[in-house]
Ligand binder design. Structure first.
Ligand code: TYM
Length: 339
């Protein structure tokens, strides 16, 4: 474990901005539920304040926040054993973010590839919040002294920045206060790719719905998207090495492996030599068997929005019990009177 002085604590977050997809499920949600089973204290956050770094329709944001909460629970997260809440109900996140805005350097922030990707050619028109986003993300994690953060590959750079911020704060104030948090990027599907283009990440912002499997897709839609997924004409190889030049094939094998809880090697040992016309229906069956119950359960949970809101409010209370003293100690270290 990372730091002897800090007991293990897991934190992760997901943005409520549009549909949850297979990448979110395999790269994050499914692993959160597995992490919970290890018994480590785990805190999961619906990061609504991150979502509003680009404009969100208020009704759509409310809906997405509740639906994502339902997605966490339907994927196996128990809001009693873990802590589950939405970010805006715990003001310590934004208070800590201000501290980190003053620790992080402009040069560090300018290197963040996600900002460059999201802002594109229109950086001057992007919100200040989108630029400062990684400092808020560091605050999400460090306001709980979290030691481990399970995420997909795309969050790696943000987690390195979180480590930089912790190191600089500790150094500037001569303390060993913040842990150097470890990213946990593990499993066969840390980067699920688009079903239409093996060189592009599966993402909620892709204009083509055929590029991704949404957690709310029904069985027929899931099967159709897999049947139509881009592939090459060759059968599956026996070894992983042979997939290096076949991104679409590699993606489908990785998805199969992550859904089945196997390694990609084990999948190829079993499936090597089969054509996609045989492999795709097996993959579709596996995906439907695993995702359909989640989608059904999300629908059931969404029938009782008041209960979802109660879960989030209770989670926020428990989160604040951890975050408030850490923020107070941070202020005290910095010399704020009254802390
Ligand atoms: P977000 O909301 O974009 O994605 C949520 C989680 O899903 C993972 N993910 C993927 N994994 C594999 N393949 C994909 N195609 C794929 N797409 C998304 C992401 O890596 C992530 O784990 N900045 C974060 C949210 C955040 C956060 C945090 C995460 C805010 N504060 C603190 C961890 C700790 C984000 O935008 O994730």
């Amino acid at each position: 474990m990372a730091e002897a002085a800090h007991s293990p604590r897991v934190f992760s977050g997901i943005q409520p901005s549009g549909n949850l997809h297979l990448g979110n499920y395999l790269g994050a949600l499914k692993r959160f539920a597995e992490t919970q089973e290890t018994g480590v204290q785990s805190i999961y956050c619906v990061v609504d304040l991150h979502a509003v770094t680009v404009w969100q329709d208020p009704d759509a944001l409310r809906h997405a926040t509740r639906e994502l909460t339902a997605g966490f629970i339907a994927s196996g997260l128990d809001p009693e054993r873990s802590i589950l809440f939405n970010q805006s109900q715990v003001p310590e996140h934004t208070q800590m973010a201000w501290v980190f805005n003053c620790v992080a350097r402009m040069g560090w922030m300018k290197r963040m590839t996600q900002f460059k990707d999201k802002a594109g050619k229109h950086a001057e028109q992007a919100s200040l919040g989108l630029f400062a986003y990684p400092a808020l993300m560091a605050a999400d994690i460090l306001v709980y002294h979290a030691t481990h953060v399970p995420v997909g590959e795309d969050q790696k750079q943000h987690l390195e920045l979180t480590q930089e911020i912790a190191r600089k704060f500790n150094h500037d104030f001569g303390v060993e206060f913040f842990p150097i948090t470890e990213p946990v990027i593990e499993g066969a599907a840390t980067r699920v790719m688009s079903l239409r283009d093996g060189g592009k990440k599966m993402s909620k912002s892709d204009p083509s719905d055929m590029s991704r499997i949404n957690l709310t897709d029904d069985a027929d839609t899931i099967a159709k998207k897999i049947r139509k997924a881009k592939t090459d004409p060759e059968p599956l190889p026996e070894t992983l090495k042979e997939l290096d030049t076949r991104p679409e094939a590699r993606n489908l094998v990785n998805i199969y492996a992550a859904l089945a809880g196997q390694s990609a090697e084990a999948v190829l040992a079993e499936m090597g030599g089969r054509p996609f016309s045989e492999f795709k229906p097996l993959l579709a069956d596996l995906a439907v068997a695993q995702l359909a119950p989640i989608s059904t359960e999300m629908g059931r949970l969404m029938q009782d929005v008041a209960e979802i809101d109660r879960i989030l409010a209770r989670g926020a209370e428990r989160a604040r019990e951890i975050a408030a003293p850490i923020l107070r100690d941070t202020y005290r270290i910095m010399g704020m009177v009254g802390a």
